[in-house]
Structures are given as C-alpha cells and as structure tokens.
Design a protein around this ligand. Structure first.
Ligand code: NDP
Ligand code: 2IT
Length: 444
C-alpha cells in the first residue's frame, strides 16, 4: 500500500459515516500521488495525516424561538481546518442537509481553493441544519443571533472569517454581523459578504458567478473559442447561478435552463434573468413562478432532468453530487464541451471520470468557484485598510485572479505529465503551497 492509500484508508476508518468527507478526500489524495513521489520527506513529517485532520472542530447547540412561541434546537458547526497560509476562511451553510461530513468536505476543499487564489487565507467552513426557507425575517434573525452568540468566541478578523454559502446571503450576514458587533463591541472584518453600507465590498455578491465565467472564458480563449452563440445549462437559481447567468449573457451565450430544489425551467429563447432575480432575490419565491410569467417557457417538476437538455456548456451551481454518472453520460451524448463547477463537489467521482475519459474540458470547483472567496479576501484587505475600491477595480482584480488560477492549474497538470487534467492540476497547485507552508512551520 502506498503512503497515500494508507492515509486514505485510515481516514475512512477514523471518520466513519462521513461519505461526503470520504469522497472529497479520495478525489484529492489520489491525485497527490505524484507530488508525494517527488517529496518523500512529506511522509516522514506525516504531512497528509495532518492535512486531512482539522485543526479544530466546534459543534454547538443553537436554540431559538419561532413566531408562534415554539422553541427549536438546531446544531451549529465551525470546522477550522487549516491555517498554514492565513486565517481560516470559508462560508457558512444553512440547509437541512448540513452535518459534520458535509462541513468537513467543504472545509477540506476550501483549503486548496483558498491556496489557489494566491491570497493569504487558510481553510474553514461552518453552518447549521437550520432551514431559512419559509421562515420570517424575525425567525431568521433569532436564529442568527443565537448562532453568533456561540460562534463569536471562535472567530475574529485575524483568526477565522466566515462568509455566505447555501442559505446564507446578505440578510443572514447582516444579522450575524449585528450580533457579533453587539457582543464584541467592535467593527472589524470578521465576516465577508457584508452589505455595502457597513464594510462590504463591491462585486462580492457577483464574484463567484462572474469568476466562474471568467475562468471558463479563458479556457475557451486559449482554444480559439468563446461563449458567443453557446447554449448553456445552469443548475440552481441562487447567488452563484444568477451571476453566472448574467455574465454568460453579456458574453453572448444563451442560458436555456435553471432550477431550484423543486423543479426546472426551460426557456428556449434564453432565460430572462430580470424575472429570475425578481422571483429569487426580491420575493424569495420558487423558480416555478417563472413559467407562469414568461410565455413560451416550461416548468418540469424534479430538477435532475436538467442534464438531459442538449448544451455546449454545463455549469452546475446548486449543490454536491448533482451530476452523477448517468447525467454525465447524457451531457456527453448531447455534445457538451465544457463543464465548469460553480457549486462545491457537484460531480460524483464517477461523473468526473466519465468527463475525463471523454476529453471534456472540466474545470473543478476548487478552481472554478474560487472567485467568491478571492473577493472575500479583497474585502478583508479593504476592511484592514479602512477604505473601498470601486466596482471596476475589484472586478479587474477578480478577473486577473481567475485567469491566473487557470494558467496555474494548467501548468501544474503539464508539469506532472497530465496535460489538460485540471482536477490533477488544481489539487497539485493548491497543495504545493499549503505543503510548503506546513513544512516550514514544523510539526504543528
Ligand atoms: P444559494 O442558497 O444562493 O442558492 C442555492 C441554489 O441551489 C438554490 O437554487 C437551491 O434551491 C439550490 N439547491 C440547494 N440545495 C439543493 C439541493 N439539495 N437540491 C437541489 N437544489 C439545491 O447558494 P449559493 O448560490 O451561494 O451556492 C450554490 C453553490 O455554490 C453551493 O454548492 C456553494 O457551496 C457554492 N459556492 C458558493 C459561493 C458563494 O460565494 N456563495 C462560493 C463558492 C461556491 P432551493 O432554493 O430550492 O434550495
Ligand atoms: O465555497 C466558498 O468558497 C464560499 N462559500 C465562499 C467563502 C468565502 O469566504 O467567501
């Protein structure tokens, strides 16, 4: 058994019942074999054992009272995974499917993603099994205040800086920040994705979606290709999906389908994004409404069949494991050329293998969706400097970062003899910097 296989087997044994964490660790560790072969000193320093063991895991009770006076108890998490290259940084997810396995897979991915941005941020992730859907603003506020009443003691602008993820947007960040400030009595960059009136950065809201498209555009450009005239599928209809759609449309692509967890809309003429924004951002409604408002569009209950629709570009922007082997086969049969992951781990290990064998240009999440956290780091820089950059300044930096990441993962893949394999490239390029920093800092 090689060192990598031994660490992976131990990880599965030590962390039973955590399938998402096993999946992310398997994908990452197996691609690191050639790096380990070049660096035998890593095994002597138990580097992979340390890399896959979170520095700290916090789990806590979050009690809150609903509008009818009923008391609820949710579970809160913060996994502070790796601080070798900077303070822990990563989002908070509020969704009923959240458990320790989900937060650990997201945290592990975040370490390498944050390294790829080239900015000084370590990896962390947190969240709760609380479901903000269908709750009143007061209920969401009550939950956020209770959540922060425990979380505040573990975070700080130079220690750990949470942000949004599924179910955590501007409203939740506002309530969380308000409670942090009230307890600590200080204004700091302790959360990113803040509103513009209290320290947020321009373009943070758009950054993950825009960044995804900037990287895909670069992968197209080097192949003499572009978004012009391309048919695009985007899963989800949340923050990442909406701003990916916006950028695709400005580059001349046609987005024909989006979804939420109830069902999928198909609009042959191209999605009218203003209608989607109105429904999702203003009304917090369901995507089904779109078909009622836009003549010629159709709604299909159940969201998985989005991948049956023929397209040139597929952009999964909802959640983990939304593209399985069957969906990957369908996409390939229908001629997909590019798959770029806006969501975290949206493709199963089998689906990735199918894309790889078919020669699809596959841009993995930790590279393709790094624009969000990169812009969070730009928000941290603005907070520390007590100043703001213009939207154009932030957007230029974001684009530069995404283009750089593309070339770094391309170079790392080539360097190790895996030309065009961006899963290898992203894991290797992300890991090299973290490994170097961990080795330099001794056994900690
Ligand atoms: P939002 O909460 O804004 O939107 C999530 C979207 O995905 C909604 O349309 C939601 O539908 C759908 N969705 C969520 N869970 C499921 C599910 N189990 N099955 C089907 N659909 C689902 O989240 P974001 O747009 O912020 O996040 C989307 C993805 O992007 C996540 O994987 C996140 O980790 C990743 N990401 C986000 C970043 C950010 O900056 N926000 C940065 C990098 C990655 P419904 O409303 O019905 O639940
Ligand atoms: O998955 C992610 O990178 C995010 N949810 C964004 C994290 C951040 O700190 O901006």
């Amino acid at each position: 058994m090689t060192y990598v296989e031994k660490v992976l087997a131990q990880l599965k044994e030590r962390n039973p019942g955590e399938p998402e964490f096993h999946q992310a660790a398997t994908e990452i560790l197996l691609t690191l074999k050639p790096v380990i072969e070049r660096h035998p000193e890593y095994e002597r320093a138990a580097l992979l054992e340390r890399f896959t063991e979170p520095e700290r895991v916090v789990m806590f009770r979050v009690p809150w009272v609903d509008d009818k006076g009923k008391v609820h108890v949710n579970r809160g998490y913060r996994v502070q995974f790796n601080s070798a290259i900077g303070p822990y940084k990563g989002g908070l997810r509020f969704h009923p499917s959240v458990n320790l396995s989900v937060i650990k897979f997201l945290g592990l991915e975040q370490i390498l993603k944050n390294s790829l941005t080239g900015l000084p941020i370590g990896g962390g992730k947190g969240g709760s099994d609380f479901d903000p859907k269908g709750k009143s603003d007061r209920e969401v506020m009550a939950f956020c205040q209770s959540f922060m009443t425990e979380l505040y003691r573990h975070i700080g602008a130079d220690t750990d800086v949470p942000a949004g993820d599924i179910g955590v947007g501007a409203r939740e960040i506002g309530y969380l920040y308000g409670q942090y400030k009230r307890i600590r009595d200080e204004h700091t960059g302790v959360l990113t994705g803040r509103g513009l009136s209290y320290g947020g950065s321009l373009i943070r809201k758009e950054a993950t979606g825009y960044g995804l498209i900037y990287m895909t555009e670069e992968a197209m450009r080097v192949r003499g290709d572009s978004f012009e005239g391309k048919t695009v599928l985007i899963s989800g209809s949340g923050n990442v999906a909406i701003y990916a759609c916006e950028k695709v449309q400005t580059l001349g692509g046609k987005v024909v389908a989006m979804y939420d967890s109830d069902g999928c809309i198909y609009d042959e003429k191209g999605i009218d994004l203003a209608v989607v924004k109105q429904i999702k951002e203003e009304e917090r409604g369901r995507i089904k409404e779109y078909a009622a408002r836009v003549p010629g569009s159709v709604y299909k209950p159940g969201c998985k069949n989005i991948w049956d629709i023929p397209c040139d570009v597929a952009l999964p922007c909802a959640t983990q494991n939304e593209i399985d082997a069957e969906s990957a086969e369908k996409l390939i049969k229908n001629g997909v050329k590019y798959v770029a992951e806006g969501a975290n781990m949206p493709s199963t290990l089998e689906a990735i293998e199918i894309f790889r064998r078919a020669g699809v240009v596959f841009l993995p999440a930790k590279a393709a969706n790094a624009g969000g956290v990169a812009t969070s780091a730009l928000e941290m820089a603005q907070s520390s400097g007590r100043m703001f950059w213009t939207a154009e300044q932030v957007d230029v930096k974001l684009k530069e970062i995404m283009v750089n990441i593309y070339h770094n993962i391309d170079r790392a893949a080539k360097d190790y003899g895996f030309d065009g394999d961006y899963v290898m490239g992203a894991n290797i390029a992300g890991f090299e910097k973290v490994a170097d920093a961990m080795m330099a800092q001794g056994i900690v």
